[in-house]
Design a binder for this molecule. Structure first.
Ligand SMILES: [Mg+2]
Length: 180
């Protein structure tokens, strides 16, 4: 049976930039992303992207850029015969208490309901405290990667500590697919 795995986008799949990935030209996959995603697919994981994009509410990110980025990710992995199962974005402003905005678990719960997922053994991989909290609140196992905004050792200050810390999505994928 295939298992769900939830990935934050910026800082996990692609290079995070300031303020946001506002244009397709700003979007750059990490060198290891395709290999990591392929490893997860081959090991039986269905991959979901769970991402806050308040740049849309702020008028910095045109909404169509989200789907352009989705297409760029899908195009990059298409030669390997799989696709990201679904992308969830919260485009609300930080100041709004939107049930989808991480650290709230709404996007993961929406994926659960839409696809009938069992979250019990699911992982949430992110680069921030809010990703860890979102995963924990959804009943998932939180894994941190250091390819985003958290500096080395920064997780010590997290209110919601990760189960494990990895340098990259590839390192996390190797661990997850080796029987975690
Ligand atoms: Mg991130």
């Amino acid at each position: 049976m295939r298992r769900p795995i939830f990935l934050d986008r910026d800082g996990v799949i692609n290079v995070d930039i300031v303020p946001y990935v506002c244009r397709l030209e700003d979007f750059r996959l990490f060198d290891w992303t395709v290999e990591a995603l392929t490893l997860l697919d081959r090991a039986g994981f269905d991959i979901f992207v769970i991402s806050n994009q308040q740049g849309v509410a702020l008028g910095l990110t045109p909404p169509e850029v989200l789907s352009q980025v989705d297409a760029a990710i899908q195009d990059a992995i298409a030669p390997y015969g799989f696709q990201i199962k679904s992308f969830y974005y919260c485009t609300a402003h930080d100041g709004e208490s939107h049930p989808w905005r991480k650290p709230a678990p709404g996007m993961i719960l929406a994926a659960r309901d839409e696809f009938g997922l069992d979250l019990e053994s699911a992982f949430m991989i992110g680069d921030k405290d809010t990703d860890m909290e979102c995963g924990i609140r959804a009943g998932c196992r939180p894994l941190l990667v250091m390819s985003g905004v958290t500096p080395h050792g920064g997780e010590k200050w997290f209110a919601h500590p990760p189960e494990r810390v990895f340098e990259s999505l590839l390192e996390a994928a190797v661990w997850v697919t080796s029987g975690a």
